[in-house]
Write a protein that binds this ligand. Structure first.
Ligand code: MN
Length: 483
């Protein structure tokens, strides 16, 4: 990719951006990174160029695009932040500083992880554009991940799924979330990725056919009712998002009705409701599937009307109805505030980023830690839980983990000799599902010989499962020998 391509994109999107400044930033970055080669053998400048291209596609503002071009300069070259400030001004320098401070987030133990998260929320609280540049940086790194050793691929992919995806989702940036997650999914769990990809491919064709029929009939009926259809198109569900949803539905694809959804964009909110009424007058809706996210937006401010209907041919289709502003926000979330003319240069409403500010305020005291983790869990992280030992050490486990998973995480012997558990000072059984913030104590019996194989029915972590099985093997073998 070249700077000419980038400038061309900016012109195509008609962004209010000074092309000369972008050219200058490119020249500056190209000079600073000259002779540097990326791990995939390309000249280094390709990376900042691609990062800036993603920001242009998101239609971000001029300082953000320029900061995207310069984002690796202070850390990887002899040029300093002061040089950037002298050449491109305070605002760009602050953005680049924010990204540099974030550094390279690494998932290494819960304490480091929390520190990193706090750093990230601090940077986001001072300027949310920092995290958007970081997303673009990460997305391009994922796109070139195949050149890295597999251990590194795994770490970066995992971190993307656990941290970046949920934050992009919480900021409502649907396009980035799907791109980040689907790229990372491929490396994090390759087998599942292939399985889900094939599953989608199998279903896609007949679904698209049904969708086209519904779209045709609907467009006609809406025209008869004087409702203008600004845009209608099918959207395919992201593969990672499908994978997660399948886990909640016993892996039964027949229960997933939004593999492909039909989107209808109409002029006004009143038209949205009128469209919903018309749809229900010609197609029968499925019970419990009508959702009014206009009256009750999702926490990330997503708005639309959803309904799922039986089509004429018997196929089931989800339809999403929205106006242009809602559509823009559904795709770009917080980023829409930098480019959509109806948002103009409006400030982002305070409550949009209250959760970020809350998370940034956190200080490291023990009581706070519980609350912090709970709020993180509520706001951003859906897949992990954080529980505590009686000494206040944090243990992170996958969702739906039990006391036995915790016990094996502490020590193999604690697991093998576990007879009961205390959760928040209450005695409970060993199969109790843990929640973030729980304080756990495992009751052991030194006389106990080994694990109960029935535990295999409910343990969640691979390590607990492995340790229980491992114990089983030599003992069965000994029994056999004796026999
Ligand atoms: Mn970078």
């Amino acid at each position: 990719m070249t700077i000419t391509n980038l400038l061309g994109k900016i012109k195509k999107y008609k962004l209010p951006v000074d092309l000369d400044m972008v050219q200058l930033a490119y020249d500056f970055a190209a000079e600073a990174h000259k002779n540097q080669i990326r791990f995939n053998g390309e000249p280094y400048i390709e990376h900042p160029l691609r990062t800036a291209q993603i920001l242009v596609k998101l239609r971000m503002d001029e300082p953000t695009i320029i900061a995207g071009l310069l984002h690796d300069v202070p850390e990887d070259t002899s040029k300093t932040l002061q040089d950037i400030k002298d050449n491109f001004g305070e605002e760009v320098a602050l953005l680049v500083e924010g990204i540099t401070k974030l550094g390279k987030l690494k998932y290494r133990g819960v304490d480091r992880y929390l520190d990193n998260l706090r750093k990230m929320f601090l940077a986001m609280a001072s300027d949310i554009r920092t995290i958007i540049i970081k997303f673009a940086d990460r997305l391009h790194n994922l796109e070139t991940l195949s050149a890295l050793p597999s251990r590194k691929q795994q770490r970066i992919a995992q971190e993307t799924l656990e941290i970046y995806g949920p934050i992009a989702q919480r900021l409502g940036i649907g396009v980035l979330r799907t791109a980040l997650e689907d790229q990372a999914f491929k490396y994090a769990v390759p087998k599942d990725y292939e399985r889900i990809k094939a599953l989608m491919a199998d279903r896609k064709k007949p679904l698209l056919k049904t969708l086209a029929q519904v779209k045709k009939r609907l467009t006609q009926v809406l025209a008869e009712n004087n409702i203008e259809v600004i845009d209608s198109h099918g959207r395919t569900k992201g593969l990672y998002s499908l994978y997660r949803k399948l886990q909640r539905y016993d892996n039964d694809i027949n229960q997933i009705y939004d593999l492909i959804a039909l989107r209808m964009v109409v002029p006004t909110v009143a038209d949205c409701y009128a469209t919903l009424g018309i749809i229900h007058s010609i197609y029968r809706p499925l019970k419990g599937k009508i959702k009014d996210y206009i009256a009750q937006p999702k926490p990330n401010h997503y708005r639309s009307l959803h309904t799922t209907v039986f089509s004429d041919q018997g196929g089931i289709v989800e339809i999403q109805i929205r106006d242009i502003k809602m559509h823009e926000e559904a795709e770009y979330g917080i980023a829409a505030h930098w480019h959509y003319k109806e948002f103009g240069s409006e400030e982002i409403p305070d409550e949009y980023l209250d959760w970020v500010k809350e998370l940034a305020k956190w200080h490291r005291t023990k009581e706070d830690q519980v609350d912090y983790l709970k709020s993180l869990k509520l706001d951003v992280f859906q897949d992990r839980i954080f529980v505590f030992t009686p000494q206040g050490d944090i243990i992170d486990l996958p969702e739906n983990s039990t006391a036995i998973d915790f016990a094996y995480h502490i020590h193999t012997e604690v697991g093998n000799q576990a007879v009961g558990a205390k959760v928040n000072d209450q005695m409970t059984s060993l199969d109790v599902k843990l929640k973030s913030g729980d304080i756990l104590e495992i009751i052991t019996d030194k006389g106990r010989k080994g694990p109960n194989y029935d535990w295999l029915k409910f343990v969640k972590t691979r390590s607990a499962r492995g340790k229980i099985r491992q114990y089983a093997k030599p003992h069965i073998w000994q029994r056999l020998k004796r026999w």
